[in-house]
Design a protein around this ligand. Sequence first.
Ligand code: FAD
Length: 580
Amino acid sequence: GLYGKAADLPNVSYDFIIVGGGVGGSVLANRLTENPATKVLVLEGGSSNEDAFETKVPFFVTRIPAEYTWNYTTTPQVGMYNAEIPFPRGFVLGGSSSINGMFYTRGSSDDFDRYAEVTGDPGWTWDNVQTYFKRNEKWTPPADGHDTTGQYDPSLHSTTGMTSFSLSGHHQALDPMVFQAGQELGGIFDFKLDYNDGRPLGLGWLQAAINGSQRSSAATSYLAPQYINRPNLHVLVGARVSRILKTGSGSAFQAVEYTQDVVNGPLSTFTASKEVLLAAGVIGTPQILLNSGIGDSGYLSSIGITPLVDLPSVGRNLTDQPTTGCLWNVRNDADTFDPVFQDEAVLDSAMDEWNNDGTGPLVVTPIGQVAFYRLNDTELADLGVPAGVDYAAGPNTPHLEIAIGNGFVSPTPPPGKWLTISTNLVSATSRGSVTLDTTGGLDVFRAPHIDPAFYTTEWDIKAMREAVKAAKRFVSAPVFQDYVLEALGPLATAETDEEIEAYVRGYSGTTAHPVGTASMSPRGAQWGVVDPDLKMKGGVQGVRIVDASVFPYNPSMHTMAPTYVVAERGADLIKSTWNL
Ligand SMILES: Cc1cc2nc3c(=O)[nH]c(=O)nc-3n(C[C@H](O)[C@H](O)[C@H](O)COP(=O)(O)OP(=O)(O)OC[C@H]3O[C@@H](n4cnc5c(N)ncnc54)[C@H](O)[C@@H]3O)c2cc1C
């Protein structure tokens, strides 16, 4: 059941306590309570998703209210003229899957094969994780019921999993033009039937976490009423975890300290008889560990926290994918989605359609198509990349992504009609960190310093520069000749490499795909935070980490589906340890 107050929880002792009810936490909560004898408590800092209306309407992805996010900003980004940029994370049941862009992308075969190689665990290879993608995926017809032949490869998809994924359920006038441009230009824009085949290279239809007209999140799928109401599963919302605490005389950390009132306290604890499962995400998980005295001993001592376990990798290796927004003004008679947020009457009628029939412009994300692509050997050499070096995981793996939207992707588009292309650097090499903000003294609940270190390597800035050039080339295809008018802002005059790099540094943000702050590494390695079975290193007993922070590298696409896989396999590993 769902609980708002700890005092209302039945008096039970728990086998597992899960910290965070996002992607990792929701999957674990579901899978571990399949056995009615296993008692599980989830502590989620945010609220229930039940009344979070904007999280349900796919098109409202740009209008998620601040109350459902942690409202983080980064530290000043030296690679971006010291800008402090928003860094969204979900603060609601379902975690970031309740507020995200819903892109369903599995990553490349090389991505998972590299996880297996760097962790020394063949269980993480692409072939071996296919079973977990299938358990997660419930392929669902699009809201408009259109014939999807030739838009995806059904043989790659499962219809029996938990989270619904689908193709666009609302036709956009731009759709045929996008694919015609692909045909006209060829090369990196060649048609790709289904980018979820392990070799995501080419231009194809976006697949998204949508069930008919509604977002399908970790909360709506894995914590749907038939699961959250299991008598052996208790989910406490509004419960912010501060630390994990030592239990007994050994090195077990099976107590979880939390509060339901971050301003006035008090702090209380729950203790797990089997394991504590940290699933607080790429920011929350390292913050809780550092608060608990688990991290770099020298660093912890320097900020006044008694080090209990020396694990220098905690909070390091923050790896994210930057995005640059490119916008073009298009003909005023173009049929774009801009009027939905420009004209109240259009929004009202779209709302009626969504409410009454579950159709119309609100059933989709604002992005219709995506192209994932690699720079070729000549381009790599031109960028100064040494021969034989590849910053992607392998030859099946993209360096860059272009995402195309039939309008101005924003909650408040300016007047006019627009075309958006977001360029994303999916194989970034910049590495940042999560550290505690101790300004004015220690405070376990103060937002940490988040530094994704965007564009701090030469590859990252140059590769993104090339992506912006590719976006410009795309809109110069013959099909757009009388359609696209001019680029917005400094993009219009950015021609030289230096000008485009300046544009990238000035107009980038996060794709919100951070990973790596509690990375997996081989058993016995001097680096990393968890072993390949997700158990904590450093002699810590009774704790696993099951969220996106365990990826040693970013998957070369969006991170939600790979995180579902980590959690599905994590659940299997936990069940096998305890014979559940
Ligand atoms: C704006 C945005 C857009 C994105 N778009 C896409 C996309 O289109 N496609 C895609 O594949 N991926 C996307 N992602 C990324 C994807 O959603 C994440 O990779 C995924 O949700 C990570 O899962 P997780 O379990 O690690 O963390 P989360 O899903 O974020 O869950 C962590 C949970 O822990 C809770 N928590 C944190 N700290 C504490 C604490 N101290 N106490 C209690 N609870 C705590 C949080 O409130 C949250 O519910 C996007 C993310 C965002 C934010």
